[in-house]
Design a protein around this ligand. Structure first.
Ligand SMILES: Cc1cc2nc3c(=O)[nH]c(=O)nc-3n(C[C@H](O)[C@H](O)[C@H](O)COP(=O)(O)O)c2cc1C
Length: 228
């Protein structure tokens, strides 16, 4: 019988095994496994159990079409249409962490900081879902606010852990919300749903250089205070 210690170890392993995967094999995930994983993610908690997430998953021809339209749009420099203001102007410790994460990715892929063209190409890979066979687009209704956004975050991490548990890699991608109006149009999503971000997923290509990137976390004392 599994003890609570075993169960804790399982979660510890899943938490540390999950990392952003940015290079995938083309093999699709079977529909029964997709059904199972998305049903598991559905167990995520939410304020008053409202479950504000609406998830559109693209595979096969739908994924190919969306990646090519998104990539072409992003490459053309067309104006962004995000439903939520973009963040990124971080300061202090937040900025340091952001730079460290970018450095880890560039070091893994051999992109030089001053090579604007290579950095652009690296960023544009986002819009091809890093060649993942699937991508999930997370929407929430237009009435939803900060609390429901947090619910969607819990859903997203639940989904990524479930993917990890089944041997799949994933990468949450704010970039996939940059052209929200286009995604809605291509997928026939109603205007009253707001796009938060996307998650590319599939089987990891272990040989892809981007997958060698590793990030670290701040020491516990920097983020977490215990009060007696
Ligand atoms: C909501 C969200 C949006 C993100 N957007 C992007 C993105 O657009 N492109 C990207 O390459 N990584 C993106 N990431 C991945 C983060 O860069 C990554 O989670 C962070 O650097 C920690 O690394 P790890 O996931 O490997 O632990 C995003 C992560 C989250 C949670």
């Amino acid at each position: 019988m599994q003890t609570s210690m075993d169960r804790g170890t399982v979660l510890d392993d899943l938490m540390s095994d999950r990392r952003s995967i940015r290079g995938f094999r083309p093999d699709p995930v079977s529909q029964p496994l997709l059904d199972h994983i998305f049903a598991t993610a559905q167990q995520a908690p939410s304020n008053c159990n409202v479950q504000p997430w609406v998830v559109h998953v693209v595979s096969g021809a739908a994924a190919e079409n969306l990646r090519s339209v998104l990539h072409a749009t992003a490459a053309s420099g067309e104006a962004l249409t995000p439903d939520f203001p973009l963040t990124g102007g971080y300061e202090g410790a937040y900025r340091t962490r952001q730079i460290d994460a970018a450095k880890a990715l560039f070091a893994a892929t051999g992109v030089q900081r001053e090579d604007i063209e290579a950095r652009r190409d690296s960023f544009l890979r986002n819009f091809r879902f890093f060649d993942a066979p699937h991508a999930a687009f997370l929407f929430m209704p237009e009435w939803a606010g900060w609390r429901e956004a947090a619910d969607c975050g819990m859903y997203a991490q639940s989904l990524m852990l479930a993917l990890t548990a089944h041997g799949l890699g994933s990468c949450a991608q704010g970039a996939l919300s940059h052209h929200a109006a286009l995604v809605r149009r291509e997928l026939g999503v109603s205007e009253d749903l707001r796009l938060m971000f996307g998650i590319a997923f599939g089987y990891e290509d272990p040989a892809h250089p981007a997958n060698a990137a590793r990030t670290v976390r701040a020491p516990l004392a920097e983020t977490t205070l215990f009060h007696d």
